[in-house]
Design a protein around this ligand. Structure first.
Ligand SMILES: *Cc1c(COP(=O)(O)O)cnc(C)c1O
Length: 411
């Protein structure tokens, strides 16, 4: 026996109340403990097909090309963007937080001609600003985050699809942070591509990226694959101008998930089980009911932090339901409060990036943790820690304000 070996994995009890990852639904973790089957076992292929259908309902789409990319949310973003963009294509990215910068960076790696427009962090774009930019840039692709966790803002997307359609642009969104906790209508909003991850409102671990593509987007992916095949025959000099991923080649991935089941990667069985369960629990509760639950607990957390006397960051009218950014009070060291919440209470909250690092905390109420006890416990713990750090807070004000929201919702 080797006594040097570490013991079996035994994580501490944590309540993950940050901007993601969040505590998974217990049933998702149970599903991920199910036995493995072979890559082409009828059960495996049937489960893939079943999961595609569940995600069509989650996305609000009839898109055939609805599947999972193996990898974290970023894998879905790369698969979508690398497969839709050809070198030199104009791509418009409205940037309202960190993840907009990520989309612009990935478009640049795909050798696009990238055009960005920006609003200050904490705001979203008026539709008119996006319309004006589309008319000016005439992009091949508009790539816009729906909910940017770095600022907590939710960009309204419902009118952008029509603008894109009118100007011949494809419309892609990264809905990682928002899907499942905020309204999302792939087809009604005219989206051509959308990607997400499990570790936010969907209530699973990171590691699988749901994606859906319209027929128009699939046609672009397929025609690009044909062009590349032609170039490959003509010689490598030209081909080297293309960023060509094998792992994220959507044309190949579509053939793997499609009726031909052409071998590509080995679908990550355990993640498939988890992703399937995330969609199943969402649809069992009902799409509208899940959004309403996120709104209720998000409202309670918002009222709670305000009840403590803290200030909320950003345009609250355009905030995601599932996360709130709170300004760190003068004289309080934000990271010290976070680490004490973790060590003394087992509660994790987040800070933010770039201009907001050390200026705000981000507190999430999503998926399994969009729950009354999770909200009240977090507020009570935050109050206790803040007081120890000498901040002036209204005693009991957080829990009381949140309970007020719950009482109003019951009556
Ligand atoms: C959290 C988040 C991601 C996360 O990407 P990962 O690759 O899963 O870490 C991506 N996009 C947005 C908008 C997010 O909020």
């Amino acid at each position: 026996m080797n006594s040097q070996l570490p013991g079996p994995i035994d994580p501490p009890a944590r309540l993950l109340m940050g901007p993601g990852p969040i505590s998974a639904y217990p049933s998702v973790l149970r599903a991920m403990g199910a036995p493995l089957v072979g890559q082409y076992d009828p059960f495996m292929t049937a489960t893939m097909t079943e999961t595609q259908d569940l995600y069509r309902q989650v996305w609000g789409t009839g898109n055939d090309a609805t599947l999972l990319i193996d990898g974290t949310s970023r894998a879905g973003i790369e698969a979508a963007m690398l497969s839709l963009i050809r070198p030199g294509d104009r791509v418009l990215v409205p940037v309202f937080g960190r993840f907009g910068h990520l989309l612009a960076e990935i478009a640049e790696r795909a050798l696009a001609e990238v055009h960005t427009i920006e609003v200050p962090w904490g705001q979203v774009f008026p539709v008119s600003a996006i319309r004006e930019a589309v008319e000016r840039v005439k992009p091949h692709l508009v790539a816009c985050v729906q909910g940017d966790t770095s600022t907590t803002m939710l960009q309204p997307l419902d009118e952008i699809g029509e603008i894109c359609r009118a100007h011949g642009a494809l419309f892609y969104t990264d809905a990682t942070a928002s899907l499942g906790g905020n309204p999302f209508e792939m087809d009604a909003w005219g989206l051509d591509a959308a990607t997400a991850g499990l570790q936010k409102c969907l209530g699973g671990p990171s590691g699988s990226a749901p994606i859906s593509l319209s027929e128009r987007a699939v046609e672009v992916v397929r025609s690009r694959a044909r062009v590349e095949a032609g170039i490959r025959e003509e010689g490598d000099a030209v081909a080297s101008d293309f960023i060509r991923s094998n792992y994220f080649d959507l044309a190949m991935i579509l053939d793997y998930w499609g009726p031909r089941r052409l071998n590509h990667h080995t679908e990550a069985t355990t993640m498939l089980y988890g992703a399937r369960e995330c969609a199943r629990v969402l649809l069992l509760e009902g799409r509208d009911a899940v959004i309403a639950r996120h709104r209720l607990h998000g409202d309670a957390m918002l009222a709670g932090v305000e009840g403590l006397g803290l200030t909320v960051f950003g345009d609250v009218a355009h905030k995601m339901t599932n996360v709130v950014a709170v300004e760190i009070p003068e004289g309080v060291v934000g990271d010290a409060v976070r680490s004490e919440l973790l060590s003394d209470f087992g509660i994790e909250i987040g800070t933010s990036f770039g201009p907001l690092h050390g200026r705000v905390w981000r507190i999430g109420t999503m998926g399994y943790n969009a729950r009354t006890d999770a909200v009240l416990t977090t507020l009570a713990a935050l109050e206790a820690v803040l007081r120890r750090h000498g901040a002036t807070v209204a005693p009991g004000g957080g829990v009381e304000a949140a309970q007020g929201v719950y009482a109003a919702a019951r009556s």
